[in-house]
Design a protein around this ligand. Sequence first.
Ligand code: APR
Length: 229
Amino acid sequence: MKKLVVLTGAGMSAESGISTFRDSNGLWENHRVEDVASPEGWYKDMEMVLDFYNQRRAQLIDCTPNAGHQLLAELEADFDVQIVTQNVDNLHERAGSSNVLHLHGELMKARSTGSGGEVYDITHSQPIIKKGDLCPKGFQLRPHIVWFGEAVPEIENAIRIVQRAEILVIIGTSLKVYPAASLMNYAPQGCLIYLIDPNEISNLPSSITVIRKGASEGILELKTKYLKQ
Ligand code: APR
């Protein structure tokens, strides 16, 4: 089976009701991104940051995967599919995708602020982290999210995945945040690259086939028009 690599961003989950980051004046769910997604924001007001992600988690539990997530999962019948997502939601997994690498962390996980950085699952029955919630070694737990200014530990794995792609599909990302935005540059020669987004993405190489549609409609077009076996 051909190796099909899918890079997804916030637009992938927009049709499930989760807001994108840069479609609303730089505000994310009424917060400045730097207040809720940076180590500085965490040190300034830990309780506000914890509460923000507790709300995001509650929202995620109420959301369901959209038709686009389902179509990507179905592609596994015909392709060796690997998803690399910038999204911290678990909608790809809930739609049935088997291979999902999260570049920017996962909302349903907590991480120790101790030097070990151990990661723990968060249950649907208790989807909150509070100030004073500690890891077994006694360190405060924080959201398992890669914030601005922090290292992206999965980037090397993501590069290796893209380097093996025969088909690369980019969906719903403004390609403004690095290093994620540079991943497509690692696609090997001859790799077919498609980009699905309802809005114009500037400075794209002319070799990329752009499908200017929302995720669900765009993936359906990809499947029926471009990926016919
Ligand atoms: N289907 C597909 N794409 C859509 C849809 C839709 N229904 N609606 C909007 N989009 C597109 C927008 O046109 C935009 O290009 O999704 C993209 C969303 O871009 P951003 O909000 O910048 O999100 P993303 O690229 O995922 O952000 C990258 O920034 O804040 C950080 O860590 C965070 O992972 C995030 C990273």
